[in-house]
Ligand binder design. Structure first.
Ligand code: NBY
Length: 828
């Protein structure tokens, strides 16, 4: 927190509080002076900001002890998670929960929520992919797996979203002012090379050797973040790399020869590499700086991994038995040619031996089938930035294509279809293909998605490698953060029936609350908790938007990145449809309607025009509807600004219905669907991603599914192309209302309506009627609160499968071949 964020509270602190402070801080600070010097303030002049600082530092010190023990005991064998994104959210609450001292912290005399609320989110990610990485870290530590995460220490995380006059405005997220959760490791640095040239010579044995030289050097500095497991001393490590200009003699020479300005300029150029998180989700932009980030982080991480392995003095062939590296999407794919380069060029292994090690080390997780999101890099760009890697990629491709040719001698087209090098102008490297060729396992993130990758984008690779290389690990979420931390009262209610909190480590135990689905008292308690959570969200909405919403209304929530494939436009068109219907009713009829609050939240990538139009429309509809005296509580439309992890912790427990309505076949899995159901909300969704497995687990009578199926989407798109789009009657009325200027100048939204009329790639019209009807049946169902509660309780009871712990166990068994390593109590 910056000094300016802290309102200094001069008032005397009550005596009990001073005592509590002293008692508590005793675990983290030697004495009052120690505390004061750490925080540079008087103990008796302490506001929430200082309370946060003190508490965080105290808990951090607790973590360090277990962290050191864990790192000493996990010497060399590790899983490594390479992810460009870790969407961690806040750490303090989680640290207190995992260390089991949350109650102690309550003694401090502050409202814990206020103290916790001071912390800024560590928002080093865009959306589901980054959050998944964070949930996996929590599960790995909680299950005692020796594992490290490797990422980039962005100076600016995902931008902060402000809504000004209904439009999204992006504000930089400078989050590092005060971050007690990271430890700079001044002794851990790696020099990373870019550009330069490749020199070849023959060594004494006549073997050709390649040397990559004369490049520009940037230094990677390590910052470590402790990752505490729940109810275990295991504390793993997240290592984030920060870029700095290399500070070798070279720089001093420059400095001494009077090139002071140049040397400062070099410094800034180097620091740019880890400066900012690219804010695109599911879109590949091909910027040079992004490629630099990728190589910088892959190379630093691999260097670190290899350095640790070499200390073990084991033979190279042991490398894949000691180390498993999981690639979170294709962003870390350069790690594949980089490891090959290290083994061949630096360690002198022959190509095939090295390649065998590489393939057995890596696993690749795919998160999308959408063409626009599949990463490609132009050959001239790679040639310029990483000349030796390009040679290696070509050689990998040569060996691969020779194999394909031998195996499928008659299928000449196959070679160009599967080639890692796309023969376009300029030529492009297809990163997903490189990731498949360089990994021993490839997985999708939900059953439908894993099937789709095998039958569409990676079909040929299934022919080449066989079915066994391709597998599925359906995503999950950590119940520690997403149930216990976000919804402590529900967690407590469940614990009261299950005789404790074991379910937080074995979520399948939840099935035991099925027995209470018909229990009057339990239902009442469950309902009261939902109402309290909705009230908390209503208060937050009032504070931040000024709009009053009734907690008794049906809360209908869609929060996620804004994307056409996720179809927030379908939702807002549906809301307009409802508004028009309400307007056409008599006041008596309107009174009979189920009151609703439609809540939206999510960021649009700054360059994604259509997504920004959707945000604008939601805000304009809200402005009109919320101020329409005829409508009152019957409908409210809210856009929650700057949706992020910590806001999700307030939002997820407060839904009656949440929306997961992507065009079938486009949402790889989705994970917020799991969060909402686990917190006692039902969902409206398409047959897409993990919705399908959620339906299988909780029962189709407990979910509202609608819309065309994935297998029919292509045919419908074809129809659109050849016969034009048929606009649904109800949707036409919505478009007419928009065109009439009801929600402001209609030009502002013409892109949104035109795209539906012209090709409707996302099937907004084709699914519209079914969508609206399903919402009508939700209104009906909600009226019978007892039946509704029955459904929600059963749904919660059956969500055990969707814990991230289960994912980690599946990865460990199918892909990494590793076992947990429990710390002995004495820490040995
Ligand atoms: O990953 C999401 C999927 O859309 C979602 O269905 C799935 O549940 C989740 C976890 O598996 N993907 C996602 O969040 N992707 C990104 O955020 C992302 C970020 C950057 C880039 C691509 C995708 N990029 O190319 O820069």
């Amino acid at each position: 927190f910056g000094a300016s964020d802290i309102k200094s509270v001069e008032a005397e602190i009550p005596d009990e509080q001073k005592t509590a402070w002293k008692k508590h801080t005793a675990s983290g600070f030697k004495n009052k002076e120690d505390f004061e010097t750490t925080l540079a303030r008087s103990l008796y002049n302490c506001d929430e900001g200082a309370a946060y600082g003190g508490t965080a530092l105290a808990f951090r010190d607790r973590l360090i002890i277990d962290w050191n023990k864990t790192q000493q005991s996990h010497t060399f064998a590790d899983q490594k998670h390479l992810s460009l994104e870790f969407l961690m959210g806040r750490a303090l609450d989680n640290a207190m929960l995992n260390v089991g001292l949350k109650d102690v912290a309550r003694d401090l005399g502050f409202r814990m929520e206020d103290v916790i609320g001071i912390e800024r989110d560590a928002a080093l990610g865009n959306g589901g992919l980054g959050r998944l990485a964070a949930c996996f870290l929590d599960s790995l530590a909680s299950l005692d797996y020796p594992a490290w995460g490797y990422g980039l220490r962005y100076r600016y995380g995902i931008f902060k979203q402000e809504i000004i006059n209904g439009y999204q405005v992006e504000v930089p997220d400078y989050w590092l002012d005060f971050n007690p959760w990271e430890f700079p490791r001044h002794d851990v640095t790696v020099d990373i090379q870019f550009y330069g040239n490749v020199r070849k010579y023959n060594d004494d044995n006549g073997r050709q050797v390649s040397v990559w030289e004369n490049g520009e050097i940037v230094t990677a500095n390590a910052y470590d973040v402790p990752i505490p497991g729940y109810n275990t001393p295991t504390t793993n490590n997240l290592r984030l790399w920060s870029s700095k200009a290399a500070s070798g003699e070279f720089d001093f020479q420059k400095f001494n020869s009077g090139e002071y300005e140049q040397s400062v300029h070099d410094q800034m150029r180097a620091e740019t590499i880890s400066a900012v998180l690219y804010p695109n989700d599911n879109l590949d932009r091909g910027k040079e700086l992004r490629l630099k980030q990728q190589y910088f982080w892959c190379a630093a991480s691999l260097h670190d991994i290899v350095r640790r392995f070499k200390k073990s003095k084991k033979a190279w062939k042991e490398f894949p038995n000691q180390i498993a590296i999981q690639l979170n999407d294709t962003h870390p794919t350069l790690a594949i040619p980089e490891l090959q380069r290290i083994l061949v060029d630096n360690e002198g292994l022959d190509w095939d031996t090295a390649w065998n090690i590489v393939v057995n080390t890596f696993g690749y997780t795919n998160h999308t089938v959408m063409a626009e999101a599949l990463e490609k890099w132009s050959v001239p760009l790679i040639q310029h930035l990483l000349p030796r890697h390009l040679e290696i990629i070509y050689e990998i491709n040569l060996h691969f294509l020779q194999y394909v040719e031998r195996t499928f001698p008659k299928d000449r087209d196959m070679l160009s279809r599967v080639s890692i090098v796309e023969e376009s102008n300029p030529k492009m490297i297809r990163m997903a293909f490189l990731a498949i060729v360089g990994s021993h396992k490839v997985n999708g993130v939900a059953e439908l998605h894993s099937d789709l990758i095998k039958t569409t984008i990676f079909k040929d690779f299934v022919k080449i490698y066989g079915q066994d290389k391709f597998t599925n690990v359906t995503n999950g979420i950590t119940p520690r953060r997403w149930l216990h931390q976000a919804n402590p009262k529900l967690s407590e209610l469940i614990a009261s029936k299950l005789g404790g909190y074991d379910f937080l480590k074995d979520l399948t135990l939840l099935h035991k609350i099925e027995a209470y689905a018909d229990d009057k008292q339990f239902r009442k308690a469950f309902q009261d908790i939902k109402y309290a959570n909705k009230t908390r969200l209503a208060n937050y909405i009032k504070e931040t938007t000024g709009v009053s919403v009734n907690p008794a209304a049906l809360f209908d929530i869609q929060v996620k990145r804004i994307h056409e494939y996720k179809r927030q436009q379908l939702n807002i068109f549906g809301v307009i449809h409802r508004y028009l219907a309400l307007k056409a009713m008599s006041p008596e009829e309107r009174k009979k309607m189920q009151p609703r609050v439609s809540i939206f939240g999510g960021k649009a990538a700054p360059g994604y025009w259509m997504a920004k139009c959707i945000i604008h429309l939601v805000n304009e509809v809200g402005r009109v509807v919320n101020n329409d005296p005829e409508i009152g509580d019957a409908l409210k439309v809210i856009f929650i600004e700057d949706y992020n992890v910590s806001k999700c912790e307030i939002i997820a427990p407060a839904s009656d219905i949440s929306e997961h309505i992507s065009t079938a076949g486009t949402e790889a899995s989705g994970t917020s669907n799991m969060k909402f159901v686990l917190n006692g909300g039902l969902i409206i969704g398409t047959c897409d991603g993990a919705n399908i497995e959620i339906t299988r687990e909780i029962g189709e009578e407990n979910i509202f599914l609608f819309g065309n199926l994935a297998e029919d989407v292509e045919d419908i798109r074809h129809q659109h192309t050849y016969e034009g789009v048929l606009i649904d009657d109800g949707l036409q009325k919505v478009f007419d209302a928009i065109h009439s200027g009801m929600f402001g100048h209609s030009d502002e939204f013409s892109a949104l309506t035109n795209t539906v009329v012209n090709h409707d790639h996302w099937l907004t019209s084709a699914d519209f009627e079914a969508y609206c009807k399903t919402h009508d049946s939700i209104d009906e169902a909600f009226k019978d609160q007892e039946a509704w509660l029955h459904k929600t309780i059963l749904a919660v009871a059956r969500m055990g499968f969707f814990t991230a712990d289960r994912c980690i166990e599946e990865y460990a068994e199918m892909i990494w071949n590793v076992e947990p390593q429990k710390l002995k109590q004495n820490g040995a």
